[in-house]
Write a protein that binds this ligand. Structure first.
Ligand SMILES: O=P(O)(O)O[C@H]1O[C@H](CO)[C@@H](O)[C@H]1O
Ligand SMILES: O=c1cc[nH]c(=O)[nH]1
Length: 239
């Protein structure tokens, strides 16, 4: 089987996607980023509403594309971008539920690593457990930018889960909290695993949209449009 672009899931022609792709879960956040931060943005995908746009930011060619929710859809789209479109860097710009009690709504979390319950890495038949980790050059550059912007952030482990509504809930989060895990979301581990296998770079920059211990949360509209620091940092570090 010879795979090449365009694909089942991405209609962009080869060359229509930049080397760096920002990847929010939410397709409307992808549209918001393109409309508000990119110049001359052209829509290059709409299959399954996984909107993708390519434009320029401060003269650099950059793309933004939605991943959808969860490891399988992140896995499909990141795999195709890295392996069929020659993408070098994917920077997830996502929302996350805080577990750590010092994190507040709007704070940034840089995912140094991601714990996970997805079986995504089982396909590689490793005789141990794979550590899903960020690409250090992207992480270093992003943290430098956050410092320059005086953003409030933490760097550490997150938990990427396939289950948004777990039965076990609070006790589960407390167990992760005891292990120093900062927050929960759904795609970072799959992104880091796909990037590792492709020999490419990946980073997740997350913004706290809710606190899983207290139930405090913001609206879907705010999650779509208001968390602009992570978008600016991702665009600034785009190569
Ligand atoms: O805001 P996004 O980037 O979609 O990320 C988070 O929000 C979704 C759940 O509501 C999951 O995709 C989770 O990872
Ligand atoms: O996956 C997510 C994202 C935000 N908040 C959560 O609790 N979970």
């Amino acid at each position: 089987m010879t795979l090449k672009a365009p694909t089942h899931h991405i209609s962009a022609q080869p060359g229509e996607i930049a080397k760096t792709v920002l990847m929010p879960g939410d397709p409307l956040r992808a549209k918001f980023i393109a409309e508000n931060f990119l110049e001359d943005a052209v829509q290059v995908n709409s299959i399954r509403c996984m909107y993708a746009y390519t434009g320029t930011y401060k003269g650099k060619k950059v793309s933004v594309m939605a991943s959808g929710i969860g490891a399988p859809t992140m896995g499909v789209h990141a795999w195709e971008l890295y392996n069929l479109y020659d993408v070098e860097n994917i920077i997830r710009v996502g929302t996350t539920g805080a577990i750590h009690d010092e994190l507040k709504i709007g704070d940034l979390v840089f995912a140094l690593g991601a714990c996970y319950n997805t079986p995504y890495a089982d396909q590689y038949k490793l005789s141990g457990t794979f550590s899903a980790v960020a690409s250090y050059p992207l992480l270093r550059d992003a943290v430098d930018k956050a410092d320059q912007m005086k953003a409030k952030y933490m760097v550490g482990n997150v938990y990427s889960t396939d289950i948004f509504y777990p039965e076990y809930d609070r006790e589960e989060n407390e167990r992760w909290s005891k292990m120093g895990v900062l927050s929960v979301e759904m795609e970072t581990a799959a992104l880091y695993i796909v990037a590792a296998r492709a020999g490419k770079k990946a980073l997740s920059i997350l913004t706290v949209s809710d606190h899983v211990m207290t139930g405090e949360k913001v609206s879907a509209d705010i999650r779509e449009k208001n968390f602009t620091d992570m978008m600016k940092i991702a665009l600034e570090i785009a190569e």
